[in-house]
Design a protein. Structure first.
Length: 152
């Protein structure tokens, strides 16, 4: 492995899960949109109005948008800290001084940071579904961890 310089940055995002999120979100939205359009014609005796159609379309937009949360996780790590973003909320910054280990156990879907007292933080941006991409990110993240902890 090559030496890690202080300017190297490791950036990651879930690729496969993002694709799943985009496809599922679009599919759900289109299903609800088609349902809203055909609602007055295929009503099986019920009376549906414009408000019902709009409500169905908005519900499809909301449910489809929820699937886009699968695209949110991110990882940014440099010589000073690791920055993580999960499915909800903003960025969380963890200085390298607090990190005890960077691991990816074989029975876990996501990589994780081990903090003091065996506390762990899941790195949702590095997932087993991504295969070789996850392996590459973990190699670079472990090299960065080793470089930041070698000066102690």
């Amino acid at each position: 492995m090559s030496a890690v310089t202080s300017t190297e940055e490791v950036i990651a995002r879930p690729v496969v899960m993002s694709r799943i999120g985009y496809i599922a979100g679009a599919t759900i939205f289109l299903i609800f949109l088609v349902t809203a359009v055909v609602m007055p014609h295929a009503n099986a005796g019920a009376q549906f109005g414009v408000k019902d159609q709009i409500g169905t379309g908005v519900l499809g937009l909301i449910l489809g948008g929820l699937f886009l949360m699968l695209t949110r996780p991110r990882l940014r790590a440099d010589a000073t800290a690791v920055r993580l973003r999960s499915f909800l909320g903003g960025w969380r910054t963890v200085p390298w001084d607090l990190v005890v280990a960077v691991e990816f156990p074989s029975k876990v879907r996501f990589a994780r940071l081990v903090l003091p007292a065996d506390e762990t933080l899941a790195i949702y941006a590095v997932q087993r579904l991504d295969g070789e991409r996850a392996v590459d990110v973990m190699r670079r993240l472990r090299a960065l961890f080793a470089a930041t902890h070698s000066t102690r």
